[in-house]
Design a protein around this ligand. Structure first.
Ligand code: IVH
Length: 683
């Protein structure tokens, strides 16, 4: 099946099961099977962002996303660039340009070729009014709301700056949206924590972020924008590319490294310098663009059907290499998941020596049909982790197909594969490998930040039986014990003790994140901390309450509840609390919202809103939504054909609102305090 066909089929299946679950309250499959379908779709969409549709169930994400992306025509087509793969091809390009320039050398502007997505952004009266993706080059998709979340993109270019830059009130900027490397690594870490598929490269991650229907997701992805063209009424605004770049910077746009080159030699030098500095840049580039500087010469050169004749993209060689797979090893993560890794003959790839590459899971091994002893082509692209692209069949094949292990390679316990999952897991909750990974996660930067607690030390602490769980770090580790360990001087022991002491005062979200609850990444931990304010409050929250916290879906809610209902975990929490780790914070954000503490039940058919929309508005105002009427219900919102819930609410004397009443209540909840009036109740 093609990815396209598979994603279409998955969407249909998921929609049907969602209807069965949310609308008819009559699920046909288990939650785990449902999650597996959803995860498979998310993986496909992560790998092929172009397959994401506006109505994909993955785009719901508990907010008020728009219905779809509108399309609009570009003021002038967005062309692509002709490529050059060698110096000779660059010189060929220059020869053609010189021929059009009466045989004279032409000046070029050399710019980085940013590996992102091109955008056309219109400003009206200096205000950002519309942003379009490239689309098919003539028509793009309207992603204005998403682009607005990019902090480096000016929402307004004030008259003062327009004047300084020589810009009219209405103009268009073209340029590239990209995801900086740091944001990309952070996003992938988050996705790994939440057991979602990693994005293969920043470009795919940016493409997904730009096209989602919920701008809050774009915002969380920390994109950046760099300009490289200025137009007015579909025509180039200024007389040269150098003036364009200068004007963009003066108007407050980011521009990437560029240089005015008097001739092609200078351009070729710039290319070499950029290739050298490539790894030091905060974002990915895939080459250098050479553009004729002067507008009149550009016009003379014109364009072919596809590309302008006045520009060329010199593409850097892909950072690939071929090497031999020594073995396929299995490592055990903190959830017990066994991840296969290809151990490779060390090989240089774009200046970095690579000796390992992840194979992700058993399906990936099967897809690649990779065996120990095979030669493989690997690539470094954006991700620090190199990827195995394919088996190189010009070398002899490895003898034996890879056999998935029947036992955990670390503790020898059995392994288990959930139906519908591609992951093998060690069944032993106390597997030392899991404990080591849990400690590593807990201590790492960005979580509890315990400097000095590295893998070698964790190995010693766990293997010697001194630390048997996270709390053991606080209960059993002291300077005297540390000083007795290998390669541990008195000074390092004292430093580590100071770090452990300091970590007792960590914020609540760090502790929640550090516990390693499945699907609870940094962001979810922060949301939970802000909402509940203490470990005890999170631990006591039933799944329905957790689910009603913005951004926490049913899967995460269930995982959190399962974690805290486990007696061993409760015990662990108490011991951590006794060790002084019991951060409290004011759950201010939620309490301050107008509908905080109010519970709503929806019934019947609404005319102007879907239930999802109504639910999202209630949640956004701090209210909760429950599935059944009880004495705790504050309001029943009844549409047409309300059924038994209405009778029950009336019996209990609960306020019943019709759709208009609910709208009024929600409008009031969003209005400033002085505009408040009580909503009208339905008789
Ligand atoms: S100029 C007609 N400048 O490369 C000129 N493009 O392969 C159009 N790109 O779709 C583009 N960095 O997304 C230009 N400094 C740069 C660029 C750049 C990246 C992308 C752009 C375009 C693609 C063409």
């Amino acid at each position: 099946m093609t990815p396209q066909a598979e994603s279409t089929a998955l969407r249909e299946q998921i929609r049907r099961h969602e209807r069965l679950y949310y609308v008819y309250d009559a699920p046909e499959i288990s939650d785990a099977d449902f999650d597996a379908l959803m995860r498979r779709l998310q993986t496909l969409e992560a790998e092929h962002p172009e397959l994401i549709t506006a109505d994909s169930p993955t785009q719901r994400v508990g907010g008020t996303p728009r219905a779809g992306l509108a399309k609009a025509a570009h003021s002038a087509p967005l062309q692509s660039l002709d490529n050059a793969y060698s110096e000779a091809e660059v010189r060929d390009f220059d020869r053609r340009v010189r021929a059009a320039n009466g045989g004279e050398p032409a000046a070029y502007v050399a710019e980085l070729k940013l590996d992102g997505l091109s955008m056309a952004i219109t400003y009206v009266a200096g205000q950002l009014s519309r942003g379009l993706t490239r689309g098919d080059g003539r028509t793009g998709e309207d992603v204005t709301e998403n682009l607005r979340t990019i902090h480096s993109l000016p929402l307004l270019v004030a008259a003062e700056h327009r004047n300084a830059a020589g810009l009219p009130a209405d103009f268009e900027v073209r340029g590239e949206v990209l995801m900086p490397r740091a944001a990309f690594q952070r996003l992938n870490q988050e996705r790994e924590d939440e057991e979602l598929a990693r994005f293969a490269n920043p470009r795919n991650a940016a493409a997904g972020a730009v096209r989602v229907l919920d701008a809050r997701i774009t915002a969380a992805r920390r994109l950046d924008f760099y300009g490289y063209a200025l137009l007015a009424e579909g025509r180039s605004l200024l007389a040269s590319q150098a003036e364009t770049m200068t004007a963009l910077a003066a108007a407050g746009f980011k521009t990437s490294r560029w240089k005015l080159c008097p001739d092609i030699e200078a351009g070729i030098e710039f290319i070499a310098a950029c290739e050298r500095d490539r790894d030091a840049l905060p974002f990915e580039i895939d080459g250098v663009v050479l553009k004729v500087n002067a507008e009149p010469l550009r016009e003379k050169l014109g364009a072919t059907g596809k590309f302008p004749r006045w520009a060329v993209a010199y593409k850097f060689a892909a950072r690939q290499a071929v090497t031999r797979v020594r073995a396929i090893a299995m490592s055990v993560g903190r959830t017990g998941a066994l991840t296969p890794t290809a151990e490779l003959d060390p090989v240089a790839v774009g200046g970095v020596t690579v000796s390992r590459s992840t194979l992700h899971n058993l399906d990936e091994i099967a897809r690649l049909d990779v065996r120990p002893g095979d030669w493989v082509r690997i690539e470094r692209s954006g991700d620090v982790i190199p990827k195995v692209l394919e088996v190189d069949l010009s070398h002899p094949r490895g003898e034996q197909a890879f056999e998935p292990p029947a036992r955990c390679p670390v503790c020898g316990s059995g392994v288990h594969r959930e139906p519908g999952e591609v992951v093998l897991r060690c069944v032993n909750a106390n597997c030392p490998a899991r404990l080591k990974e849990s400690l590593h996660h807990f201590a790492r930067r960005g979580v509890m930040n315990i400097g000095g607690l590295g893998p070698a030390l964790i190995d010693q602490l766990v293997d010697s039986g001194r630390v048997r769980d996270l709390a053991g770090l606080y209960e059993n580790v002291d300077a005297a014990m540390l000083a007795g360990l290998e390669r541990m001087g008195a000074k390092s022991a004292a430093n580590l003790m100071a770090e452990i002491e300091r970590s007792r005062g960590a914020e609540l979200w760090r502790v929640l994140y550090g516990l390693g609850i499945r699907f609870v990444g940094e962001r979810t931990a922060q949301v939970l901390a802000a909402h509940f304010g203490s470990l005890d409050a999170v631990a006591a929250a039933p799944a329905e309450v957790l689910e009603n916290v913005a951004e926490v879906g049913p899967v995460i809610a269930r995982s959190i509840q399962t974690f805290f209902s486990e007696p061993a975990n409760r015990e662990l929490i108490s011991r951590l609390q006794r060790a002084g780790l019991d951060p409290h914070q004011q759950p201010a954000a939620a309490a301050a919202l107008p509908l905080a503490g109010q519970t709503f039940v929806l019934t019947g058919t609404l005319e102007h809103h879907t239930r999802e929309e109504m639910k999202a508005s209630i949640l956004a105002a701090g209210g909760k939504v429950s599935g059944s009427v009880s004495a705790k219900t504050s309001y029943l919102i009844a549409g047409s054909d309300p059924g038994s819930k209405l009778a029950k609410a009336q019996e209990l004397g609960i306020t019943v609102l019709d759709e208009a009443g609910a709208e009024a209540l929600l409008a009031e909840a969003q209005a400033p305090p002085e505009a408040k009036a009580p909503p009208e109740a339905k008789a």
